[in-house]
Design a protein around this ligand. Structure first.
Ligand SMILES: C[S@@+](CC[C@H](N)C(=O)[O-])C[C@H]1O[C@@H](n2cnc3c(N)ncnc32)[C@H](O)[C@@H]1O
Length: 244
């Protein structure tokens, strides 16, 4: 019988206790495999599982955030927006083949692929975390959306020119400090060119006041979060914005 030895801290870190896991136990093995593959979340969200399958991508997963709220470096954890919610929000901003869709904080790319499937002319994802970006790149290699204009970048949203975006999507990716700078750069880039109409979808709009105070954006709708009845994903409000 093969035993793997590992140590856990119980209560005070000074009291150390050693436990043994029997990896030859079929039930232990099965549970370990299921945990890694995220089957539980996928079974609980069949609509999202179906769309991942239809688009030929894998977007379930979680990645922790980093830093403290208020720090310039703070960023939020990765958790994908349910497809149903994405399609609803895209319809509310009339996403069309004239649009350049950009997701700031795109994670594994779910919103980027969904916008492309809905007909966006070009769909762009910008993600800070390397591991998530690598998974998004794997998705681009395997997607059934062959020939679609989909671009993925591993970068800080602060350092990317997003001046040609016509639909900007943000699912509360970062805090106030970053939001102020991102909007200032976007405004500057749009001033330099003959920029087309912009719509912004801001899901879980924690920094709504920053958009309000920007002075060049107008909120035209606030929508409550919806979701399939059995979905375990969080339901978040979203605000929709356009240029004045
Ligand atoms: C809540 S997740 C949203 C994922 C995706 N947009 C969706 O709705 O399915 C927020 C993502 O923003 C990313 N992020 C946070 N700060 C960022 C920054 N400054 N530049 C680019 N990505 C960032 C995080 O790594 C995380 O993957």
């Amino acid at each position: 019988m093969m035993l793997t030895k590992y140590s856990v801290y119980v209560g005070s870190p000074t009291i150390r206790q050693t436990q043994h896991t029997n990896w030859n136990n079929p039930m232990t093995n099965l549970l370990r495999r299921l945990r890694g593959a995220g089957y539980k979340t996928r079974l609980q969200n069949p609509f999202d599982e179906f769309w991942d399958w239809r688009l030929g991508i894998k977007t379930f997963g979680y990645h922790p955030g980093s830093g403290q709220q208020g720090d310039a470096e703070w960023y939020l954890h990765y958790a994908p927006t349910p497809y149903r919610e994405l399609f609803r929000l895209f319809r509310l901003v009339n996403l069309s083949p004239d649009d350049v869709f950009t997701d700031l904080g795109s994670g594994m790319g779910r919103a980027v692929f969904a916008a492309s499937w809905m007909g966006a002319h070009r769909s762009i994802g910008i993600e800070l975390v390397k591991d998530l970006s690598a998974k998004a790149a794997d998705n681009l290699a395997r997607t059934s959306l062959k020939g679609h204009d989909i671009q993925l970048r591993c970068a800080n949203a602060l350092n990317v020119n997003i001046g040609d975006a016509t639909v900007l999507f943000m699912f509360h990716p970062f805090g106030e400090t970053t939001m102020v700078q991102v909007l200032a750069r976007l405004h500057e880039a749009r001033e330099k060119s003959d920029a087309p109409l912009l719509r912004i979808i801001y899901r879980n709009p924690v920094c709504n006041h920053v958009l309000e105070q920007a002075g060049w954006l107008r909120c035209f709708a606030r929508v409550e979060g919806e979701g399939p009845p059995i979905s375990t994903a969080g339901r978040y409000q979203a605000t929709l914005w356009t240029t004045n």
